[in-house]
Design a binder for this molecule. Structure first.
Ligand SMILES: Cc1ncc(COP(=O)(O)O)c(C=O)c1O
Length: 489
């Protein structure tokens, strides 16, 4: 959307014309840059994102353009999303609670955003799209509405947001399946576990793409296994939605959860979309305004609420219209750019990254399903003799590259991949490389806004660091590995 003056002079917002055409688009639809020079390459240029020209200082002197390679944590905003939000901002108003023109316009925009997200996800006609704060919030919402006694099945490889909410769900029983070695093993293990499960409601929670290895999970086959045994399935699409088209109907998943800030729309919103029945039948997630049809004080002094049975039931409080609108804007931008083209480009960058790292002695790329498995733009690795926090700190301080180190909120998975049970992460900046302990890993992640130069800089920097050592010395201060002074290189 772009707000034009037409919107302000349009008929009253409550009129049919205003509710369907409140905000005409003015941001150019073509967000994809020119094609690569090589005519054989069907990959577009990176999509414009905010921060692409930001420079950061290096400890070794001078400034460099920041290479954001931590998209899996939070991706930069798409320029298109930012422009859409900026165009709407002057028209900002309350949602579902105002008689004024801007309140009605904002309400229309919020509901249009819901429809855009439903379309983006290929939702079934009766599916509900609930706006939440994030994937974590979405999965906690689903955990809160589980029918009593639901048996939940989850792999130990999940992000904590998909692993933990069920443990707190009242009356739920959780089975945590061990890390599979192949997609086939995942499907078979789920099949066996569900086969042996007692009657009653069952839910499977599975990720679409791992936030540690980037590997794509066999969602359609897992959904088929779940449904074969009368279970439902929720897809944690936090890492899949930014990289691949996700179609709820085609995958046949019951719910999908994702976060705006990983989808180039960092304005505090997330989504839970899917079957309405469990949502409708459960207590509201939050109690408050907007979720109620009516509230009355009884003669005995108590307060009685009649709750909505629509999506409003779980959206108590003032909705985050900017967050929802930003997600809708990102959905449109990525759809227009074309996931096939985005994925093709990402595969090429992934190839460069893998090739560059393969040339560095001692690098081990973490993988559950093996070399040839399909991945999104997320890759974790360790370097023998290097403490991962040390390596990540040096990439930042000496090369202006932002990656992540640690266990990535997926502790069981990373420990499984590293074969490390120890909580001891070793000393950052150990002068003796042999003393470095890889109790954690380095993660490089990228997406639609990443230029090739960032990947090339990263692999060249890892190669130089491993070959020559860091230029500065590093130490752990307040839990972070930081440069403390020039080294001896
Ligand atoms: C696979 C996966 N699921 C869930 C989450 C949680 O997302 P959020 O922190 O946006 O709630 C993340 C975040 O990194 C993730 O990678």
């Amino acid at each position: 959307m772009t707000v034009s003056t037409a919107a302000t002079t349009a008929p009253a917002a409550s009129s049919p014309a205003a509710s369907t055409a409140t905000v005409p688009a003015a941001v150019p639809a073509a967000v994809v840059g020119a094609e690569c020079a090589d005519p054989a390459c069907a990959c577009p240029e990176p999509l414009p994102v905010l921060g692409r020209d930001v420079t950061v200082p290096l400890v070794t002197g001078g400034d460099v353009t920041y290479a954001a390679l931590d998209y899996a944590a939070s991706a930069p905003a798409l320029q298109r999303v930012w422009d859409d939000v900026a165009a709407y901002a002057p028209y900002y108003g309350s949602v579902h609670r105002g008689a004024g023109y801007l309140s009605q316009l904002s309400t229309d925009l919020f509901e249009q955003s819901r429809a855009t997200v439903a379309e983006f996800l290929g939702c079934r006609p009766d599916d509900q799209v609930v706006f939440t704060r994030s994937t974590t919030d979405s999965l906690n919402l689903l955990a809160a509405v589980l029918p009593a006694g639901t048996h939940v099945f989850v792999f130990e490889t999940e992000h904590h947001a998909a692993l933990l909410p069920w443990q707190r769900a009242k009356g739920a029983q959780v089975t945590c399946l061990p890390a599979p070695r192949t997609p086939e093993e995942a499907v078979a293990a789920l099949d066996v576990a569900l086969h042996g499960a007692p009657k009653g409601s069952k839910l499977v929670c599975v990720t679409g793409a791992s936030n540690v290895t980037g590997e794509v999970w066999p969602v359609r086959r897992l959904a088929a296994a779940a449904h074969r045994h009368g279970a439902r399935i929720v897809l944690d699409a936090a890492q899949l939605v930014p990289h691949r088209a996700v179609d709820v109907t085609e995958l046949d998943v019951d719910w999908v959860a994702f976060s705006g800030h990983k989808l180039y729309a960092p304005f505090g919103s997330g989504v839970l979309a899917g079957r309405p029945d469990w949502l409708r039948e459960a207590e509201p997630y939050l109690a408050g305004g907007g979720a109620t049809r009516t509230v009355a004080r009884r003669a005995d002094g108590s307060v009685e609420a009649e709750w909505h049975t629509t999506v409003a039931r779980h959206e108590a409080g003032s909705p985050n219209v900017i967050g929802a609108y930003a997600i809708a804007s990102a959905c449109r931008a990525l759809t227009e750019a074309g996931f096939d083209r985005l994925a093709a480009r990402e595969r090429r960058l992934l190839g460069l990254l893998r090739e560059g790292l393969a040339a560095v002695p001692g690098v081990r790329v973490l993988s559950l399903f093996g070399e040839d498995s399909e991945r999104v733009g997320v890759l974790s690795f360790v370097v023998s003799g290097w403490n991962s926090s040390h390596l990540a700190a040096a990439l930042s301080a000496e090369y202006g590259i932002g990656v992540r180190d640690g266990l990535f909120c997926a502790h069981p998975l990373v420990r499984h991949l590293l074969g490390a049970e120890s909580e001891d992460l070793g000393a950052c900046g150990s002068p003796d490389p042999g003393a470095g302990f890889n109790g954690n890993a380095v993660r490089v992640s990228f997406g639609a806004g990443t230029p090739e130069e960032h990947i090339r800089r990263c692999t060249a920097a890892v190669a130089t660091l491993v070959r020559e050592g860091a230029a500065w010395t590093y130490a752990t201060e307040s839990g972070r590995c930081v440069p403390v002074g020039p080294g001896e290189r």
